[in-house]
Design a binder for this molecule. Sequence first.
Ligand SMILES: [Zn+2]
Length: 321
Amino acid sequence: MSTPCGAFVFSLDFELAWGYQHLPHAPDLRPLYRIVPQILDIFKTYDVSATWAAVGHLMLSHEQAQSEYPRIDGVPYHGEEGTEVFYAPALVQSILDCPTHQELACHSFTHAPIGSSRCPADVARQELQRCQVAGEKWGRRMESVVFPWNVVGRVDLLEECGYKCYRAENSEWYWFRQVRRFASCAPRTLPWRVAQYAIRSLRLIDELACLAPPLPRPRRLGDVWEIPHSMFFPGFSGVSSLVPADWRRRRAVVGLRRAAARKRIFGMFTHPHNLLSGTEPLLRALEGICRQAAALRDAGRLKILTMAQAREALERGEFIE
Ligand SMILES: [Zn+2]
């Protein structure tokens, strides 16, 4: 069945300190207790449903984690914050309390690289199962998965653990395996510097040019759907710190209009922590994107869907022309 409109699928990787385990230090993540409700306010204002892919531990209280999972020791980096950056039931509650439906999805249990061959299959299975159990305690049966580090793999385990869809790997050219291989020569050597300089320069040009984000086709692997990804909404870090906040909105609007015209899915993702620096202009850009998506929806040209809702639409044959 064809559909007369396109779709906007917005997902947020919600991981707090679990995403910084590989680093000796993390930024101060406590302002996210202010920023997440601000994002939810925007969603409420424009009636935007999004997918919050949460690390399972964030759904637990510290006490719960200590009593139920004592063998998983947290505090992998030496931040100054307390337990509130590892366990965030108050934020999970605010997501579920949003008057506009928000989907709670799985981003593994400890932010382990479950899609990578470096992660043993039984660990990946446990991560997926434990996250599902943590979500069930909030009354949510989770259907969607966002792989940590955007490394997709072991899709067969998803179905086994009760999930029905996952987000595709990044579609930006600088995430392609060939580009990453090109940039992975020994750090600080001349080839490394040349690769870094070339990729950063091209990425800056790319972001400033506001080129239309790709609209990859959804795929079905067995009974599990891959929800396409079109655009990452970056924070003010790396070369993206040189790109004005509003350029993100401009680019997303190009993608939204193109998805509406082509009746395809425009998938965008960010992390709440991407808004830690330059919060106000980034929130305004995010609001501008939601406003445009809502206008297209009200004109009957776009649906705003969670990943799980997009999967249901794909099952009905929408967005796959
Ligand atoms: Zn992550």
